[in-house]
Design a protein around this ligand. Structure first.
Ligand code: GLY
Length: 342
């Protein structure tokens, strides 16, 4: 099946759209076109070649700007952990991304509540959940990882920890998101499982491999729009939204968190890669587990993204529409993930 894909190239100074092309035209990032469409395994990795390292991948088109920021660290030999933190901070601070950080859509009571996690090459991890009024939950999650004996802080505890560590309190509900919420209140119709036709998209998750061949990952979101107050999704749950194993690879998720949590998706994908599956096949199997157990899978969107430590990339989703961004020295590329055909 052929679908139209966008082909974007980033330069050190920023991202410039050079035009559009079929994904199959991208034999490799920034290299000569190849005419045939097929699996990502064939397209991004013709002859099974991994992408050149260092490498950063992230979910959705907002990943293009996030990748660019991460790349500034990776290209100079910086640590993947710093790259995945700095990368998603761009998205957290962008009020136009209505599913992450500042400007994120609120819960049904009008509160912007944030979930985030981070994991490094040693298997160390930190996370925050149900955090309010702090612009950069990813950096709070990193502080939890590095400066406490714990993995996860939630709610008021997380907020106090952030303030004690110098993070300013800020109102994250923008006028635009407040208006969207007020409009929603007129019907209060809650459809968290609707396919990702909403241009607001979803969680940003990011994976990077640095010049030292070390992996790290990050994930940050304001969660489902108009969720129940107190609802926490997959994004702060290590093993669900994100898992990194430096010996094997890393995986991350976007979409309806409940489905990802119930199948411990990212951990599953990394374990499948450990057993020899390619990142693409492992992501597909992660999606198959969700589809197999859920008769209503047509109403759910989940997307997985994975890299193995050699630089092979995989991405798979339930519904058409999940895009992901891939950047290395050869460019910054936005691709459509393959989806479940049923
Ligand atoms: N994947 C984001 C969430 O379900 O909250």
């Amino acid at each position: 099946m052929t679908t139209r894909r966008e082909f974007l190239i980033g330069t050190g100074a920023g991202i410039a759209a050079l035009g559009t092309a079929r994904l199959g035209n991208a034999q490799d990032l920034g290299q000569r076109p190849e005419p045939e469409l097929g699996l990502i395994d064939k397209i991004v990795h013709p002859q099974g070649r991994p992408l050149r390292l260092p490498l950063v991948v992230s979910t959705w088109d907002h990943g293009l700007a996030a990748n660019q920021s991460a790349w500034e660290i990776l290209k100079d030999g910086g640590r993947a952990l710093d790259a995945v933190e700095q990368g998603v901070r761009v998205t957290e601070a962008d009020p136009e991304v209505r599913s992450v950080g500042y400007g994120g859509l609120p819960d049904r009571e009008g509160n912007v509540t944030l979930d985030s996690c981070i994991m490094d090459e040693t298997g160390n991890a930190g996370s925050v959940a149900f955090l309010q009024n702090i612009m950069h939950p990813i950096s709070v999650a990193r502080k939890v990882m590095e400066d406490t004996p714990h993995v996860m802080l939630v709610g008021e505890g997380a907020r106090h920890f952030a303030m004690d560590n110098g993070f300013p309190e800020e109102d994250l509900l923008t006028e635009k998101s407040r208006r969207t919420w007020k409009e929603w209140l007129k019907t209060s119709e809650y459809k968290p499982w609707a396919p990702a036709s909403d241009p607001a998209h979803d969680t940003i998750s990011m994976l990077a491999i640095d010049k030292q061949n070390n992996l790290s990952g990050s994930c940050t979101t304001s969660g489902l729009a108009f969720k129940m107050h107190g609802r926490v999704g997959d994004s702060p749950i290590i093993g669900a939204s994100l898992f990194v194993d430096n010996e094997v690879g890393a995986a991350c998720a976007t979409g309806v968190g409940e489905e990802v949590m119930k199948t411990v998706g990212s951990f599953l994908i990394v374990e499948l890669m450990r057993q020899g599956m390619s990142p693409q096949k492992a992501c597909r199997e992660g999606i198959r587990r969700i589809v197999a157990r859920n008769p209503d899978w047509r109403d759910v969107q989940v997307g997985y993204l994975a890299v193995d430590r050699s630089g092979r990339v995989g991405a798979f989703c339930i519904q058409p529409g999940f895009q992901f961004s891939v950047m290395n020295e050869q460019g910054n590329l936005l691709l459509d993930a393959e989806h479940w055909e049923g």
